[in-house]
Design a protein around this ligand. Structure first.
Ligand code: LMR
Length: 415
């Protein structure tokens, strides 16, 4: 008797499956450009100096313990996380319009928001629009919650730039009151962000159609090294009061604090008008979801991030760490482009330096990516996304030579 008659085995997760293949590979010069996790110039995971200092301070504090957190999370963390993302001086804070809930990093935040919208958003048939392409997990988070998912054009492959007209048209064509998921900065996988002027056009158009903006902020400070600059899209939407609809933010500290496995994140819901009763209702419903799914959020990572956000010296150290990470990545972008140009690799490579954040959408096709893995031991996502953080002075030449080889190999096979 089969008690699970419908069950089928699924292929491995595109990102974690790639990681497993990389780990199994015994070649000593293999290169991991897969999962977006920062590596130092020796290819090693990096604990941020600010995090190391915060950990020490935290465990030496007499009041440190492993008690349960309240369901809404660690107060010092959630309140300060809200200030970091919308700015301490934000009009939404002054007007008491921000409801915050700690989450299991970005994925947990998206799942929580998705469940909340499914239960309470007035437009019961609203589709959720994701950028094309987007982070692989977005699609399954929302489809698993029963949402109908659609796409908006984002990446113009011919010009390796933003398809702004396509994006605006999709906003125009979507039924009033749809949900649009926006990458706040360092778009994953393309590394391509709208300019400030393009953001204004996008946000205004979304508001004209009364769409609901859902920001996914996984890379604040990681893209440019500057927390304010990397939250331009969110702060503009909030401060300019562009929306009648509430603004929803999913915030992760996985990348910008290097707290990948500790799952530190938050959800912020910002209604357009002050309404204490509504705030309390939103907070209570978010808590109910959290209680039924994870009981209460994990404490350790949240306490570390709160320690950094609350201590001027540690906060300054964090800013330095953000600059260390973003500038090393930028140096690798420049180096990779320079090497490809010197090799006269067919194609143009300026997009590598014009893109920002953890990733480059290299333009390599799935066949080339497969050959990179099999012949050269270089691992990246089939879409051609490379985690630039995996490059370092010791492997960038190997990677450039391998890119050159696979591009020429497939150029020749086309002739
Ligand atoms: C990535 O896109 O590589 C990261 O965000 C890791 C993940 O969880 O998928």
């Amino acid at each position: 008797m089969n008690y699970f008659p419908e069950i089928k085995e699924l292929p491995p997760d595109p990102l974690f499956g790639l990681k497993a293949r990389y780990t199994k590979d015994s070649r000593s010069d293999k290169v991991d450009l897969g999962i977006g996790a920062y590596r130092d110039n020796n290819g090693k995971p990096w604990i941020l100096p600010a995090v190391k200092l915060a950990e020490k301070k935290l465990i030496n504090d007499d009041s440190y313990n492993h008690e349960y957190l309240p369901i809404e999370g660690y107060k010092d963390f959630v309140v300060n996380a809200g200030k970091i993302i919308i700015g301490e001086e934000s009009v939404a804070i002054k007007e008491d319009r921000i409801v915050s809930q700690q989450s299991l990093s970005g994925t947990g935040a998206l799942h929580l928001v998705g469940k909340f919208l499914k239960d309470f958003y007035h437009n019961k048939t609203a589709k959720i629009y994701l950028s094309k392409p987007t982070w692989a997990n977005h699609n399954q988070i929302f489809t698993s919650l029963g949402f109908e998912v659609d796409n908006y054009p984002y990446w113009d492959n011919d010009n390796k730039s933003l398809d702004l007209q396509g994006f605006l048209k999709a906003i125009e064509d979507a039924p009033q009151g749809s949900i649009f998921l926006l990458h706040a900065c360092a778009h994953n996988p393309t590394g391509l962000d709208p300019t400030e002027d393009q953001w204004l056009q996008i946000l205004n158009k979304l508001s004209e159609k009364d769409h609901l903006p859902l920001f996914d902020s996984a890379y604040q400070g990681f893209a440019s090294g500057n927390l304010e600059k990397d939250s331009f899209s969110i702060r503009t939407a909030v401060d300019k009061k562009i929306f009648k609809a509430p603004i929803l933010i999913c915030q992760s500290f996985a990348k910008n604090c290097g707290m990948y496995g500790e799952r530190v994140g938050a959800v912020h819901v910002i209604p357009s008008e002050t309404n204490e009763k509504l705030n309390n209702a939103i907070a209570s419903q978010l808590k109910k979801i959290i209680r039924s799914e994870i009981s209460n959020p994990p404490a350790y990572g949240a306490k570390i991030v709160a320690t950094i956000l609350n201590d001027k010296e540690l906060f300054n150290q964090w800013q330095e760490d953000l600059t260390t990470m973003s500038s090393r990545i930028n140096k690798m972008r420049l180096k990779l482009r320079e090497l490809l140009i010197n090799l006269q690799t067919p194609g143009t490579w300026d997009h590598i330096v014009n893109q920002t954040g953890m990733f480059s959408f290299t333009g390599l096709n799935p066949d080339m990516v497969k050959r990179l893995e099999e012949k050269h031991g270089i691992y990246m996502v089939g879409s051609g996304r490379a985690s630039v953080a995996g490059l370092n002075d010791g492997n960038v030449e190997k990677v450039a030579n391998a890119f050159d080889e696979v591009v020429r190999f497939y150029a020749k096979s086309k002739l």
